[in-house]
Design a binder for this molecule. Structure first.
Ligand code: AMP
Length: 629
């Protein structure tokens, strides 16, 4: 993290207030570097990826300069996917919560255009959307770009990969030439550089450097986990890891309190450590940690800076740090005084790239952590229980209890062991010895890497990403599983059920991008959903072949839509959509209007699926104990 604070960056008071309330302690490096540039009215070209805090890096300065009275759009953000559009719009909303009369509007394909038209008519100072739908609104003249003062291209390389770059350029050309521009991209392929040179002029560059450091004494591992299951995963780790002292790192001050409270509720004594606590309270927590009166501290980067406690055997990165330097700093809290340490990081699928970047900068692979199974957790609990039982039977005065149990056994003629079992059963109720733990879904980081690695190697780039499109990710996983079973697309074609429970018949189309272009199903879903107004739920089975792919889409596609999709570009190639005929192993291709009209999907009335159904954007083992005073 940087050493500056948000207040000194010159952010407007209401925005600063919101940031404080969100619990952000300090600007992340990309924020510290970008905010002054954007507040000074300069253009910016930033190399930053998801998880670095780039959304706030552009949202905070543009919000600080907003004219609240002007209702025509002042800030325009282009994103590759609808999911990102929604996230960015939500981020703007949360940073602008103290700006009166503020409106942000996400606009993207696949959603009811009526609501968007009404939203634009009502007025929104910030519009966030995907290129296709923005162009649509420009054509309808429902989006007025004449008053735009700030334009941001977010995840520009993703937009290029999804074939939107021409649309992006068209939109760029329609914004006032004097408007301030920012472009963020995880990588800088030549096509993006060209757009930047053309439209961003002498932009200031911001690149978050990956410093290299060696952290050899510390065993590092990562665990892929769904965001909502992080707490369950953490508790499972705490149950089986043999730790002495532990620091759990989170991103915000509020999270330190939340996680510490949740851990307490689950029986793990812990304390929060954040910059809002008084010096005295912080020191007390650290002293207790040093003395072994407390084992777990939940901290932010700032509060744990320079912390030197020898008994910290474990660092858990509950939230992935914003940058590699913070990672090295965090894990350096363990492995003190020549001891060994262990660092475990929880990583969500969309943060895979940050994981890879950390591995690269520390020059060490971060191995996959095997989440303890039900049996392992049970084994640990049983082992601990046995130790306690034996310990108590040897050290505690049990005379009266011994007599009592013998009396019950004699009176009722019950085996002593059975009586002991009944007592054991009673004792373990709150913390079952044979638990049925919740199933934690741990996708592998390699799932995310695999589809992208080949091309990345060829181009000598970092791996590609389109993490935001969860549905697409799901499709990709399903696709891998299904393709083994069903090599032919036509064999697996199934009707899909729409919102009203009606069957929507599907037709298999051929598209002219395939594995050789390194296309992935999520690129295809993304492009079709965003560009063709087809709700992602209506995009069926996708099969990748070397030089082409097939995709199931609802029957009765309207001619305009077919023509549009024919030209849509994915992986820089037009889809050149055609109906895929596969009979007796043969493929016969048909072409769209002007190139073989006969076989085009006949669609006089547009079925719901093609109208863009109004989908909503959608040692001795540590064990839970009372704080040892
Ligand atoms: P982004 O890279 O913009 O997707 O942000 C990643 C996450 O970091 C989001 O959940 C933000 O709310 C959070 N975040 C952004 N800036 C900060 C900050 N300065 N301190 C703590 N969390 C932040």
């Amino acid at each position: 993290m940087s050493s500056v604070d948000f207040a000194s960056l010159g952010i407007a008071a209401p925005v600063l207030k919101a940031v404080k309330q969100l619990g952000y302690e300090q600007p992340s490096p990309v924020q510290a570097a970008s905010i002054p540039i954007l507040l000074a009215g300069k253009n910016l070209l930033g190399t930053a990826q998801t998880g670095t805090g780039k959304t706030a890096a552009f949202a905070l300065p543009f919000l600080s300069q907003l004219d609240e009275k002007q209702t025509a759009p002042q800030v325009l953000v282009l994103t590759p996917t609808r999911e990102l559009a929604i996230q960015v719009a939500e981020a703007f909303q949360s940073y602008a919560k103290h700006i009166k009369g503020f409106h942000v509007l996400p606009i993207y394909g696949g959603a009811d255009i009526g609501g968007q038209l009404r939203g634009l008519k009502r007025g929104a100072q910030v519009v966030v959307g995907t290129p296709g739908r923005m162009l649509d609104h420009l054509r309808r003249r429902s989006l007025d770009l004449s008053q735009i003062k700030g334009l941001i291209l977010d995840e520009a390389d993703e937009m290029l990969r999804m074939g939107f770059i021409d649309d992006v350029e068209t939109i760029l050309a329609k914004t006032p030439p004097e408007c301030q521009r920012a472009l963020f991209s995880a990588t800088m392929p030549p096509a993006i550089k060209r757009v930047a040179d053309k439209y961003l002029g002498d932009a200031e560059l911001v690149s978050i450097e990956n410093k290299t450091t060696t952290v050899e004494r510390i065993a590092q591992a990562h665990l892929m986990v769904k965001g909502h299951q992080k707490m369950d995963a953490l508790t499972r780790i705490l149950e089986v890891e043999q730790f002495d002292g532990m620091i759990i790192f989170v991103r915000t001050k509020s999270s330190t309190l939340e996680i510490a409270e949740k851990l307490e509720a689950r029986g793990f004594s812990s304390a929060a450590l954040n910059g809002d606590l008084t010096q005295a309270v912080r020191e007390r927590a650290i002293n207790r940690l040093k003395k072994g009166q407390l084992d777990i501290v939940v901290a932010t980067d700032v509060a744990a800076r320079g912390l030197d406690v020898e008994r910290i055997s474990h660092v858990i990165n509950y939230d992935v740090p914003h940058d590699n330097e913070s990672y090295v700093h965090r894990i350096g809290r363990t492995g003190r005084a020549g001891r060994e340490g262990k660092a475990i990081m929880l990583v969500t699928q969309k943060e895979t790239r940050l994981l890879r970047s950390i591995e690269k900068s520390t020059r060490q692979p971060i191995s996959a952590f095997n989440l303890p199974s039900n049996e392992e957790v049970s084994g640990q609990r049983v082992e601990l229980f046995k130790q306690q039982l034996v310990g108590m039977s040897q050290s505690t005065k049990l005379d009266k209890f011994h007599s009592l149990v013998k009396e019950v056994a004699a009176e009722h003629d019950i085996d002593m062991a059975l009586l002991a079992a009944a007592l054991a059963f009673e004792v373990q109720k709150e913390r079952p010895l044979f638990p049925k733990l919740v199933v934690i879904d741990t996708p592998r980081a390699s799932d995310n890497d695999r589809a992208n690695s080949r091309k990345a190697r060829q181009r000598n780039e970092r791996p590609d990403r389109n993490d935001r499109n969860e549905r697409a990710d799901r499709t990709e996983r399903n696709e891998r599983q299904r393709s083994e079973r069903a090599p032919k697309a036509s064999q697996s074609k199934k009707p899909i059920t729409d919102h009203e429970g009606n069957n929507v018949e599907m037709v298999t189309y051929r598209i002219e991008v395939g594995r050789n272009d390194d296309v992935s199903p999520k690129n295809i879903v993304g492009a079709i959903a965003n560009e063709a107004d087809i709700d992602a739920q209506f995009i069926g089975h996708i099969t990748l072949h070397d030089d082409h792919s097939t995709v199931d889409l609802p029957e009765g596609m309207p001619k305009e839509l077919f023509d549009h999709l024919y030209k849509v570009r994915v992986c820089q190639k037009p889809l050149k959509l055609s109906i895929h005929n596969s009979s007796a192993g043969e493929q016969r291709r048909t072409k769209p209007a002007g190139k073989g009209k006969k076989n085009k999907p006949a669609a006089k009335s547009k079925p719901k699926a093609h109208r863009g159904a109004d989908s909503k954007p959608k040692k001795p083992r540590k064990r839970p104990t009372a704080d040892r005073k």
